[in-house]
Design a binder for this molecule. Structure first.
Ligand code: NOJ
Length: 549
């Protein structure tokens, strides 16, 4: 396998609106991010994935772009973006920007033009259809944030297609002009020295609307190969596609280097197994560790020789890891560290979402009024109207709503967690007084320093980056354990996913072997004794000494 710089790098995701507000308007900004680059350097990350900072009416917090080549004034200026790229580079950090090209904002000049008349030169940049019978939408397709995927536009008497909000009209990727415009824009950013692209819902761009095919459409991979050739293919950048629909076989199509598409994709099978088949994320299913391990093992093994995995627990659309998979009460610190070890010792590129390195938790606002997320609010309205009880829907939002990840970053114990000196755009999680970066930096046993150690261990041990993955205790309901092997190098990783003590006998070939503990989350460094007694959420990685084989 050809080695790449992003194989042993760790990516840190910033959701700019909630990261750090330098000018006191209550909204995070680029100047705030620049001021925190030293914090990220201390953590050891080498890439920032920056969620969108482009000009936008903010219907979906910037995932609705009205100018791809300018910055939203609440975030700053293009000059500040250039400064961020340069200042980050000085610290060995590259900036990966969010490429949101399944759709634009309805305020993008292309759409403003397109809706003027049927013969406008930009009309075919979007997807228009005549009304169905009696003026109804052309078909029954639904949008992700609720309602029909079709919006009637009275000016021309036709419907346009939007898979997200009606203010996010889908681009028509069947139009070569759209392709050329996007390629031009990507090259404009590459020339500004960005480190790559995270590609928003990229599995939707090959869609065939009339056949009701949205994900994995017939032209998807052809479009990506054309994009690769026309833009980033000859540059040494990281590209990661957001692909909710990927299976391992599909992920290999994207990420096998020979196919010249993307570096890797975000795959969501480990996330969706906790969603209800009928009600989706709003009616969460209990986390089943055995099923989770089956999924992780499948992805680790199927992408072992071609393609590349991304590794993540959270992002700006998902709940906080420690609340979802750990214990955000009594064992918050232990379980946050355990989750970090379990993920970062796997094969793939790890992603850390802002605040995850502090063990930040989900939030429970008392009233729906405190929520800002267009998805939670849209589904709340729709489901309450359909007869779902308020309490049941709130439980869904508490468990899986996107605002869990979007409350402001906790910098210190001062008002509003040091995020802003103004009024934050969304309330701060009240637990910031005990959970914040200042306290974490000062405590050598904090979750932050655990992440910092994991990030440096990855750099020092090629077995973590390139080693084979061998699962252990497949059917154990509380343990996620595995070995990694590369030549003579061998590490054993054992994670107790439960709040109980777990006793177990190691497999004979591991019993009593000599090893060096690389990382652990309790005071006493563990050993590979024949019989282990793991404390609640105990977790460790041990490098087996070569002579022990
Ligand atoms: C996926 C993004 O991660 C999410 O935040 C956004 O709402 C949709 N795509 C639409 O752009």
């Amino acid at each position: 396998m050809e080695t790449k710089w992003w194989h042993d790098a760790v990516v840190y995701q910033i959701y700019p609106r909630s990261f750090c507000d330098a000018n006191g308007d209550g909204i995070g900004d680029l100047a705030g991010i620049i001021g925190k680059l030293d914090y990220l350097k201390t953590l050891g990350v080498e890439v920032i994935w920056l969620s969108p900072v482009f000009k936008s009416p903010m219907d979906d917090n910037g995932y609705d772009i009205s100018d791809y080549c300018d910055i939203a004034p609440e975030f700053g200026t293009l000059a500040e973006m250039d400064t961020l790229i340069a200042e980050a580079q000085e610290r060995g950090i590259r900036i990966v920007i969010d490429l949101v090209v399944n759709h634009t904002s309805d305020e993008h000049p292309w759409f403003v033009e397109a809706r003027k008349s049927k013969d406008n030169p930009y009309r075919d940049y979007y997807i228009w259809r005549a009304p169905g019978e009696g003026g109804a939408p052309p078909d029954v397709q639904r949008a992700a944030f609720g309602g029909s995927a079709w919006e009637f536009d009275a000016a021309t008497g036709e419907y346009y297609y939007h898979l997200f909000s009606k203010r996010q009209p889908d681009l028509n990727w069947a139009n070569p002009k759209v392709q050329a415009e996007v390629h031009r824009m990507m090259n404009w950013w590459l020339d500004r020295d960005i480190g790559g692209f995270r590609m928003d819902v990229i599995d939707l761009i090959g869609k065939d609307v009339d056949r009701g095919i949205t994900t994995n459409g017939p032209r998807l991979h052809e479009l990506l190969r054309e994009m690769n050739a026309a833009t980033f293919g000859h540059r040494d950048v990281l590209t990661v596609g957001e692909t909710w629909s990927a299976t391992p076989a599909i992920a290999k199509l994207y990420s096998d280097p020979a196919r010249r598409e993307l570096s890797m994709v975000f795959q969501f099978e480990h996330v969706t197994i906790t969603h209800d088949p009928e009600h989706g994320k709003w009616k969460p299913r209990a986390f089943d560790l055995v099923e989770f391990k089956r999924v992780m093992t499948k992805w680790q093994t199927e992408l072992a020789d071609s393609g590349w995995n991304s590794l993540f627990w959270c992002n700006h659309d998902l709940p906080r890891a420690v609340s979802k998979y750990g214990d955000d009460g009594r064992y918050r610190v232990e379980s946050a560290k355990m989750l970090a070890t379990a993920l970062h010792c796997l094969k793939g590129t790890p992603y850390v979402y802002q605040g995850e390195e502090l063990g930040m938790t989900n939030v429970r606002f008392d009233s729906i009024e405190a929520y800002r997320d267009i998805e939670s609010l849209g589904h709340y309205r729709e489901r309450i109207a359909a007869g779902v009880a308020h309490e049941a829907m709130m439980e869904g939002i508490y468990a899986n709503g996107r605002d869990n990840a979007r409350t402001p970053m906790h910098w210190d114990a001062s008002p509003n967690a040091g995020f802003t000196r103004g009024e934050p755009w969304i309330p701060v999680n009240p637990n910031y007084v005990g959970i914040n970066a200042e306290a974490a930096l000062a405590d050598p046993d904090s979750v932050f320093h655990h992440y910092r150690r994991l990030i440096s261990i990855r750099k020092a041990h090629p077995v973590i980056v390139y080693g084979d993955y061998l699962p252990l205790f497949d059917d154990h309901p509380q343990l996620f354990a595995y070995e990694r092997r590369l030549g003579d190098e061998r590490i054993v990783v054992i994670n107790n996913f439960s709040g109980e003590t777990v006793e177990l006998d190691l497999p004979p070939e591991l019993q009593g072997v000599a090893g060096d503990c690389l990382i652990h989350n309790y005071d006493v460094p563990p050993r590979l004794d024949a019989r282990l007694a793991l404390k609640p959420y105990e977790s460790f990685a041990i490098a087996v000494r070569a002579s022990a084989n």
